[in-house]
Design a protein. Sequence first.
Lengths: 127, 127
Amino acid sequence: MERKCTIAQMASIAGLSVHTLRYYERIGLVQPVQRNSSGYREYAESDIAWLEFLTRLRLTGMSIRDMKRYAVLRNQGPATVIERRQLLEAHRREIECRMESLKHNLAVITYKIDLYKKTEEEQNERG
Amino acid sequence: MERKCTIAQMASIAGLSVHTLRYYERIGLVQPVQRNSSGYREYAESDIAWLEFLTRLRLTGMSIRDMKRYAVLRNQGPATVIERRQLLEAHRREIECRMESLKHNLAVITYKIDLYKKTEEEQNERG
DNA sequence: TATTGCTTTAGAGCGCACTCCAAGGTATAC
DNA sequence: GTATACCTTGGAGTGCGCTCTAAAGCAATA
């Protein structure tokens, strides 16, 4: 017997707003959630992992459009594992690329910070 | 004597669209550009470095709002170097944070990719 | 002189990813 | 019963960062 939780509880667990949870369901990122007799959503514990993975994809810059592609494949079952892997691999390459770019730009920004420090020292000497 | 260039040339050099160049000027990220007798913009070579630095800030996820703050400080001259350094240092911390998060999420995604590979192998054996 | 291709402006439009609202139903506590 | 705190929906609104349009003027070439 799986524990159920309300949308507010799930929002708190998954670190998303209730608005976002409903939005994700509406656009098909999440399959229709079970309802109780009053029509309230009843999230299952098993939904947590999926929402967390979605959040990971978002945090790493995947667009909702691509997340949707992934979600659709996932819903189609085991036949799509190759395609899903390829999608993730493409995303991984993008992340790696962006990390490289970040690293480089970080170095330039650090260089600039050091220049400012020098300028500050000179201002102190003159002042 | 500095070389001048048109907005289209600058767009090509800076890797931004002419729309974006005008937009950046309009919102004050870039100070009013010199004009020739016909009212056309004449970018100076010295504008390139600033536009490239702005692009670096954007690429590293700084909001236009914060870039504007930085630009305003810069326009106020040497008196603001400390504040500018602090702003960049705060931004650097954010970049470092995001890189850490990317690194972690990348690991999870890689883990998932490897799981898919295993599944694929099993499917092949059974198939 | 006409065409093509650049430039100008104010202002509108767009795509994204939410975020919120109004109007109503349900659950719990007092 | 009633207060309040949650839940539902469709649809509108928001903030961001551009991106484009219309209407006009300027420049270079045939």
